[in-house]
Design a protein around this ligand. Structure first.
Ligand SMILES: [Zn+2]
Length: 300
């Protein structure tokens, strides 16, 4: 027995790399979970609070999320109010001091991006508008790189022992991403100027990157589903602009899009929105590959 104990002790001592990752990352959305894995690799353990098919505006603070939050050393979210409906409960009930607002373990991706469409004023008549600006930043691959760099710095600060590994992982990710950006840029050139209809204002960063022209949203206002009278406005605006594509995320309601398609023949293009949003998009790279392919198919 004594002998066995000695071997075990020696094993732990000799193979510290086999020890369990000490950094537990609670990622609010799948894109940040994927990015955290790219940067942290084996030195981190990542829990994604939502799946790609789930609407990140509306998430139930279920017991498994509370459990994941309890052991988190790092919280990696979009911020800018995207998780305002569910994160405060999790934070209050389960978050340690290390991940509270303002702590080093609290990382909000939107802090590093100039947000689009910040409203001048916010009142109830505007629907469920995002008062801090549009938080759907992950739809522009340039933002992924900016956030990845900032997150690497934060992770290195939290876990200085592995800082050089995190820097090397970032460098590897960045060089792959730059090759991808060139590939996507070639497709983007063909899409520029295409008039599109969206369900919710969730593609603003993607549209700006690709030069797509958003004509109107199927939602009446953020969070307010389509009404018959609004749909008449949508149809008129879409005909006027000769809309070819209706962009939907995995969790958008399809009924209004189907109606519009029937009225004027535009194509419905389902996009992953984030990692895992559609089958076969289980990496950041695959997510953008699919997005560009789907849009190319929708406009040809
Ligand atoms: Zn939104």
């Amino acid at each position: 027995m004594k002998h066995l104990l000695f071997i075990c002790t020696l094993m732990v001592f000799c193979f510290p790399a086999m020890a369990k990752a000490e950094i537990n990352i609670f990622a609010c959305e799948p894109e940040w979970a994927a990015l955290a894995k790219e940067i942290g690799k084996d030195n981190v353990s990542v829990t994604a609070a939502t799946r790609g098919t789930e609407d990140p505006h509306h998430v139930r603070a279920k017991p498994s999320l509370l459990a994941a939050m309890r052991k988190a050393n790092v919280v990696f979210c979009t911020g800018a109010g995207l998780e305002a409906g569910w994160m405060p409960v999790l934070m209050q009930q389960a978050a340690g001091a290390a991940v509270q607002n303002g702590a080093v373990g609290n990382f909000m991706a939107s802090d590093y991006i100039a947000l689009m469409d910040k409203p001048q004023r916010v009142d109830r008549s505007m629907g469920d508008v995002h008062p801090e600006g549009n938080p759907h930043i992950q739809t522009d691959p340039r933002n992924i790189l900016v956030v990845g760099k900032a997150f690497t710095e934060r992770l290195s600060q939290l876990d200085a022992a592995h800082a050089s590994a995190y820097q090397a992982n970032l460098a590897d990710f960045t060089s792959r991403w730059q090759v991808d950006m060139k590939k996507w840029g070639a497709i983007a050139a063909k899409l520029r100027g295409t008039p599109v209809v969206v369900y919710h204002d969730e593609w603003n960063y993607l549209n700006r990157w690709l030069g797509l022209k958003e004509i109107i949203t199927l939602e009446v206002k953020p969070g307010i589903p389509p009404t018959p009278s609004h749909l008449q406005d949508v149809l008129a605006a879409s005909k006027n602009a000769d809309v070819k594509v209706i962009m939907l995320s995995p969790f958008d309601d399809e009924q209004a899009a189907e109606w519009l398609k029937g009225q004027m023949g535009a194509k419905i293009v389902k996009l992953p929105f984030t990692v895992g949003g559609i089958d076969g998009t289980d990496t950041l790279e695959a997510t953008f590959d699919r997005t560009l392919q789907a849009l190319e198919g929708g406009t040809s």
